[in-house]
Write a protein that binds this ligand. Structure first.
Ligand SMILES: Cc1cc2nc3c(=O)[nH]c(=O)nc-3n(C[C@H](O)[C@H](O)[C@H](O)COP(=O)(O)OP(=O)(O)OC[C@H]3O[C@@H](n4cnc5c(N)ncnc54)[C@H](O)[C@@H]3O)c2cc1C
Length: 365
């Protein structure tokens, strides 16, 4: 994984960032390595790796380009995982092979303009008409919203039932009544497409419902429990990349007649970074290990995501600081880690929401 990321990704990182596009050339190479179906069954063409293996893959991608890691994590951990966990045999046979072979990218639509952390407050609705459901509404900030070939979307099917009145559907890009809206012009993670998706009288056969009617939100929480392990791994990888860049620079840059790494103020930043990255990695692998054993890991994945993402923000900040003015320009990788990292305390549940999830579990019994 490391050899691949260094050889195939490192030389292009800034070019992809500037272009604000997920590289079409990279996708078949990622697929060739089995990265578009990391944890999925071999019968669908997947790599059948463990959750711990998945973390290592995402970590190594993020160490070099966090935006590519985000796309791979969203594809694997949200859209494809949701279909794998809750799809019928027929739905799995229809969608999984193309997703896990990387023929299409997956998108997963939960967030809306007025429903983010409070995702159950969504307005996108599906109304039953004969053998079909008709979808109307819009989803915001969707990874691969414009370029995804298959999408899972959460909708309200019975408003009177609150979060037990939400159902998921799976559909293909190009379905009549579904279109991409605004593409976001982002601070970081620019090589990963983030777009609005609009539904206007989008008519889907009843067989496109994913999972049971009314179970969409409950299923979503389970998808996110596992998905957050991926964002924690992404955070570990980004922090590792930023730490290595800072360490390398500190040994080379000389001021006052010596390398800046000789100053205790710099050494302490590096020591803190290395220690917190290791703690983040172990929290992340623990959550993944529990997932591999089929154990519940709601609290552990939230803890890993919270701690690893906040560590990554701190490490990316220190990486810029250690680079001084050179951390502020695009000739060094520090600047991009600093921009990319902020998404990690926001996406798949903000730090505040992770604390809420952890506290709920702590106070449950
Ligand atoms: C690059 C990117 C990619 C994304 N990809 C996807 C995707 O593929 N699919 C998808 O569905 N969504 C996606 N999202 C959306 C993301 O999950 C949401 O942005 C996130 O959940 C936060 O929602 P919000 O932006 O509406 O913020 P809000 O919910 O409005 O939060 C604003 C602030 O209020 C705080 N807050 C809210 N509620 C509480 C509370 N109860 N207690 C304490 N504080 C609170 C939040 O923590 C935050 O600090 C993506 C977002 C980005 C930026």
């Amino acid at each position: 994984m490391r050899e691949f990321a260094e050889a195939e990704m490192r030389p292009h990182v800034m070019e992809w960032d500037e272009a604000q596009k997920f590289s079409a050339d990279l996708l078949p190479k990622l697929a060739e390595l089995g990265l578009m179906g990391i944890q999925f069954d071999e019968k669908y063409g997947g790599s059948a790796m463990s959750a711990v293996d998945y973390c290592i893959c995402i970590e190594e991608l993020a160490r070099v380009d966090p935006a590519v890691a985000l796309s791979v994590a969203a594809h694997n951990g949200l859209c494809t995982a949701h279909i794998n966990m809750f799809g019928s045999d027929e739905q799995k046979a229809t969608y999984l092979p193309r997703l896990v072979k990387g023929e299409v990218l997956g998108a997963w639509g939960l967030t809306e303009a007025s429903a983010g952390s409070d995702a159950a407050g969504m307005r996108t609705a599906a109304v039953r008409q004969g053998d079909c459901w008709v979808l109307n509404g819009a989803k915001t900030f969707i990874t691969h919203g414009a370029i995804g070939g298959v999408m899972v979307v959460m909708t309200v099917t019975d408003r009177s039932k609150g979060n037990r009145g939400i159902s998921a559907f799976v559909l293909e890009h190009g379905t009549s009544g579904m279109r991409a809206g605004k593409k976001e012009n982002k601070l970081g993670m620019r090589a990963s497409d983030t777009s609005e998706v609009i539904f206007e009288d989008c008519r889907l056969p009843a067989g496109q419902m994913l999972g049971e009617e009314g179970q969409g939100f409950i299923n979503t929480l389970q998808v996110l429990d596992a998905g957050r392990i991926g964002i924690a791994a992404l955070s570990v990888g980004l922090a590792q990349g930023a730490y290595e860049a800072a360490r390398g620079y500190a040994k080379e840059r000389r001021q006052f007649g010596q390398p800046i790494a000789a100053f205790q103020a710099i050494q302490w930043k590096l020591a803190d970074a290395a220690t917190k990255i290791e703690a983040s990695r172990l929290l992340t692998y623990r959550a993944a290990y529990l997932k591999d054993r089929g154990r519940r890991m709601t609290k552990e994945s939230a803890m890993a995501k919270l701690y690893a993402s906040e560590t990554a923000v701190r490490v990316a900040d220190d990486c810029v600081q250690i680079h001084g003015g050179y951390g502020f320009v695009k000739d060094y990788p520090a600047e991009k880690y600093f921009r990319d990292v902020k998404l990690l305390t926001i996406g798949e549940g903000t730090s505040e929401i992770q604390r809420l999830v952890i506290a709920r579990r702590l106070l449950e019994s």
